[in-house]
Design a binder for this molecule. Sequence first.
Ligand code: HEC
Ligand code: HEC
Ligand code: HEC
Length: 145
Amino acid sequence: MNFYFVKSELERGSLLLLFLLGTLAVVGNISPAHAEYGDLVLNQHAEKEGMPPVIFPHWFHRIRFRCKVCHADLGFKFKAGGSGINMLKIIDGQYCGACHNGEIAWSVENCDLCHTGKDGLKTQVDGSTLSKLVVPVKDKNKKPR
Ligand code: HEC
Ligand code: HEC
Ligand code: HEC
């Protein structure tokens, strides 16, 4: 068994509470995403549900973890949008939530660190850099939510 699952069991209660508290997001000194090659846009549910699309910086993660961690142990498919990820599963400690739990990486209450995409982007692999996909923080704050 891998320790992510054990950990996520323990974290489940507190993550759910954090989520229910909503966007209490105190981002602190977490820096915005860096530009990397080969980013994934995930937008099967997000925009429809009133959140900006998710930008997943694949390369950033690939240089930190073995493929197996995500594509075998955590069940991510080799296809953008292929795994049926949604927010409930993430809060439940699956997929992104296996690491973004405040232990291995910053936790799910940091909505704005994942939901960074420009409106209208489709679920896809984008060969360009994040800078073309991500809404600059300034613009984002101007937009009424
Ligand atoms: C195997 C563990 C793991 C999984 C699974 C994972 N992440 Fe991460 N992620 C990390 C770590 C570790 C960092 C670096 C955290 C830090 O710098 O404090 C990170 C950083 C990030 C960043 C910031 C990148 C930057 O340039 O600073 C984003 C955005 C992100 N993850 C999104 C996601 C999304 C979306 C998913 C699910 C599709 C996901 N992550 C799944 C471990 C993971
Ligand atoms: C931190 C987790 C993580 C790691 C590590 C990771 N991937 Fe991925 N990968 C993902 C996610 C998430 C997706 C998109 C799945 C989805 O949208 O359902 C993806 C999609 C892919 C795809 C399809 C999209 C594309 O770029 O064509 C390929 C191929 C792929 N990964 C290969 C790899 C290889 C090879 C490695 C190791 C060198 C690796 N991945 C490491 C999370 C990861
Ligand atoms: C670690 C990355 C990450 C964080 C942090 C994150 N999300 Fe998500 N979220 C995702 C991914 C991945 C999806 C599925 C993307 C798609 O639409 O294909 C998603 C989908 C959603 C959806 C669409 C409906 C659904 O159930 O999937 C909503 C609404 C949402 N997130 C709200 C939030 C809110 C509110 C927060 C902060 C409390 C948040 N998210 C934090 C990654 C994240």
